[in-house]
Design a protein around this ligand. Structure first.
Ligand SMILES: *[C@@H]1O[C@H](CO)[C@@H](O)[C@H](O)[C@H]1NC(C)=O
Ligand SMILES: *[C@@H]1O[C@H](CO)[C@@H](O)[C@H](O)[C@H]1NC(C)=O
Ligand SMILES: *[C@@H]1O[C@H](CO)[C@@H](O)[C@H](O)[C@H]1NC(C)=O
Ligand SMILES: *[C@@H]1O[C@H](CO)[C@@H](O)[C@H](O)[C@H]1NC(C)=O
Ligand SMILES: *[C@@H]1O[C@H](CO)[C@@H](O)[C@H](O)[C@H]1NC(C)=O
Ligand SMILES: *[C@@H]1O[C@H](CO)[C@@H](O)[C@H](O)[C@H]1NC(C)=O
Ligand SMILES: *[C@@H]1O[C@H](CO)[C@@H](O)[C@H](O)[C@H]1NC(C)=O
Length: 482
């Protein structure tokens, strides 16, 4: 019996599949080795190990080396540079520095030439309310710099709802601005030496739970209608709700971030590209209270009429882990997808302690589509449902949603997944009025710890090739072609 193999390479998947019959390979091959070993170092889960190092430990030389840093030109150093301290900011964690940020950004806006300017944040605890960035800016957080979001809701001006949502996501009407906002900008870099942007979301979560908020919650970072954006080498934490929200943006690179929200905090997704094109997210460690990454494009009739899709999205080398099994999905699509989602590629993800692995969520009334999606190379451990397609998510902005606007979900390939301690292999639920089509599952090996409802399928068609446990008959088996 072969008991020795290494997680150093995804090749072990083929190795496993070739050495044993589909019925029994997990018991024989997994016995002495556990994916959890890779996480047994507390450092691994805490995010102390960089995503790169974690990936190397799981995927070895097979980690994709691709990078999309070239999507946006990092550019020359900015000729004009100021420090937030030049504008009277005090980094004691108590003084409110909103005015200093405003003055600094106003100064840079008036004085920078076309090469732009840098605002440097030195070590310290810089409390501030909502701030609005400018174009041709680098916001640079030096080692030990912490930008802290004010805990007073009055420090977040109320801003209009997004047209593709027609209202705030949580409450009708307008919404709170984010801690850091960019509206209609170009050429913005937010980076530093692992400085931290901390939303101090505790008060928001409490107010959300006790239903005392008047408007929908804030984000740590929201960029609207902006392009050529780089977000690198930083930590984002304690977001009031979704952490990083680029909406109506193009050319966005998000790389080498740590995103940390408590695993029991409500709706604190990590990164949510929304009605945005050419977005690349790579080398991030994400531990949050909802989906690590969620791709969206507007909500029901508002999203349909706004009609701006999310497309050309690349996601790679993400590690997402929760010791308390509190992450919702590793990668999700929707449920707001009314402007359409297409051409998405997800590669090399390690996910530990989540409700869902990859999840497609939609509902009648959404309209729109999710198509041309490829998800390759996932390592899952302690994930309840590995693959999910769900068509009855519900949640409508108001009662005027179009009863016959059915979403179209098709041309989706999910390939190379290994999962240990999985409760349910998959739930594939399409709609009778709009069955999900061309759903292809390939080389998937899941150690499913339950015998009933292992695959739950309806209104779905497609194929499978070398999937264990064997999928429902709704998918047709592909023959091996050599
Ligand atoms: C960056 O800081 C965060 C939070 O302090 C930490 O968890 C992470 O390990 C750091 N990353 C690197 C690469 O130093
Ligand atoms: C990622 O960021 C950390 C600091 O946050 C830095 O030490 C490391 O070199 C960066 N890695 C890459 C590949 O840029
Ligand atoms: C609800 O939460 C807010 C924010 O933390 C707090 O100020 C308020 O006192 C709470 N209200 C109730 C009724 O618990
Ligand atoms: C991220 O950090 C690494 C290591 O310090 C550095 O080489 C790289 O240029 C940084 N990236 C950006 C965009 O600052
Ligand atoms: C398996 O996953 C469940 C959560 O789905 C978790 O409670 C349990 O501790 C995990 N078991 C092992 C052996 O990791
Ligand atoms: C509702 O959606 C259907 C299907 O897309 C469309 O044909 C119809 O015109 C829509 N109705 C309204 C009132 O927008
Ligand atoms: C399959 O999933 C649907 C939708 O979540 C659920 O209503 C149904 O009970 C499940 N089927 C089984 C056999 O558990």
């Amino acid at each position: 019996m072969i008991r020795r193999y290494s997680y150093q390479s995804l090749r072990f998947l083929l190795f496993l599949l070739s050495c044993v019959g589909p019925e029994k390979f997990w018991p024989t091959c997994i016995v002495d080795h556990s994916l959890a070993e890779g996480f047994s170092q507390p450092d691994g889960i805490g995010g102390v190990m960089s995503p790169m190092d974690l990936h190397t430990s799981f995927f070895g030389h097979h980690t994709s080396k691709q990078s999309c840093a070239h999507i946006v030109n990092v550019g020359k150093p900015r000729p004009l540079r100021v420090s937030i301290t030049d504008f009277g900011a005090v980094g004691d964690g108590k003084t409110l520095n909103t005015k200093a940020f405003e003055n600094a950004l106003q100064y840079l806006h008036s004085n920078a030439d076309s090469d732009g300017a840098q605002l440097t944040i030195p070590a310290g605890r810089w409390l501030t309310g909502s701030i609005n960035l400018i174009s041709h800016l680098t916001l640079f957080l030096e080692n030990g710099a912490n930008i802290l979001g004010s805990e007073d809701f009055n420090d977040y001006p109320i801003i209009p709802e997004l047209p593709s949502y027609g209202r705030g996501r949580e409450l009708p009407g307008a919404r709170y601005s984010s801690l850091i906002n960019g509206d209609n900008l170009e050429d913005v870099t937010i980076t530093g030496e692992n400085g931290t942007i901390d939303g101090q979301g505790g008060v928001w979560w409490k107010a959300f739970r006790n239903k005392t908020l008047d408007y929908s919650r804030s984000h740590v970072l929201e960029l609207i209608g902006s392009q050529d954006i780089l977000i690198f080498n930083l930590t984002f934490q304690n977001s009031p709700s979704w952490t990083i929200h680029p909406v109506y943006c193009k050319n966005v690179v998000i790389k080498n971030l740590t995103v940390l929200n408590p695993n029991d905090s409500p709706n604190t997704d990590g990164i949510d590209p929304d009605s945005s094109q050419h977005v690349c997210i790579e080398d991030c460690y994400i531990s949050v209270g909802d989906d690590a990454i969620s791709i969206k494009s507007g909500w029901d009739q508002y999203g349909i009429s706004y009609g701006m899709p999310s497309k050309h999205i690349q996601i790679r080398r993400i590690v997402s882990a929760s010791k308390t099994f509190g992450i919702h999905a590793g990668v999700s699509f929707g449920s707001e997808m009314s402007g359409g989602i297409s051409n998405v590629k997800v590669d090399d993800m390690v996910l530990y302690g989540a409700r869902w692995g990859v999840r497609f969520k939609t509902s009648p009334g959404r309209g729109g589509y999710i198509k041309h999606v490829a998800v390759h190379n996932l390592l899952l451990h302690s994930v309840k449902t590995a693959v999910a397609f769900m068509a009855n998510y519900g949640q409508h902005p108001d009662d005027n949603w179009n009863r016959t606007a059915y979403p179209v979900i098709e041309n989706i390939v999910i390939k190379n997944i290994v999962g240990e301690n999985i409760t349910q292999a998959g739930i594939l639920q399409g709609l009778p009025e709009s069955p999900f089509r061309h759903i292809h599952l390939k080389t998937i090996a899941l150690d499913v710890r339950s015998t009933k409802n292992v695959w739950n399928c309806s209104w779905v068609s497609g194929s499978y090739f070398f999937v264990v446990p064997q999928p429902c008959a709704d998918l047709t088996r592909q023959n091996i072609t050599l």
